[in-house]
Design a protein around this ligand. Structure first.
Ligand code: SF4
Length: 86
């Protein structure tokens, strides 16, 4: 199970989570080519170690443990995975 970035990230893409993640599994980063065009940031569901470090640093509370993901945003689990073709 992994953490998931949901709808509040759209239009925000703060990237505090990128800096907080100990395993570097949140992309795109500001210096990656698709940062400007990406709708939101995404967590790699395979690389995520479920540490939760990204959750409190998000200014718009966009990150949830899969179990806590609000039903209205449940499709974001697949949206995150799709970015990594998982
Ligand atoms: Fe990275 Fe931990 Fe957040 Fe997973 S839960 S994306 S490992 S900071």
């Amino acid at each position: 199970m992994a953490y998931v970035i949901a709808e509040p990230c759209i239009g925000t893409k703060d990237t505090a989570c990128v800096d907080a993640c100990p395993v570097d599994c949140i992309h795109p980063k500001k210096d990656e080519g698709d940062f400007e065009t990406a709708e939101l940031l995404y967590i790699d569901p395979v690389e995520c170690i479920d540490c939760g470090a990204c959750v409190p640093v998000c200014p718009v509370s966009a990150i949830f443990a899969l179990d806590d993901l609000p039903e209205k945003w449940s499709h974001f689990a697949q949206i995150n995975a799709d970015y990594y073709k998982r």
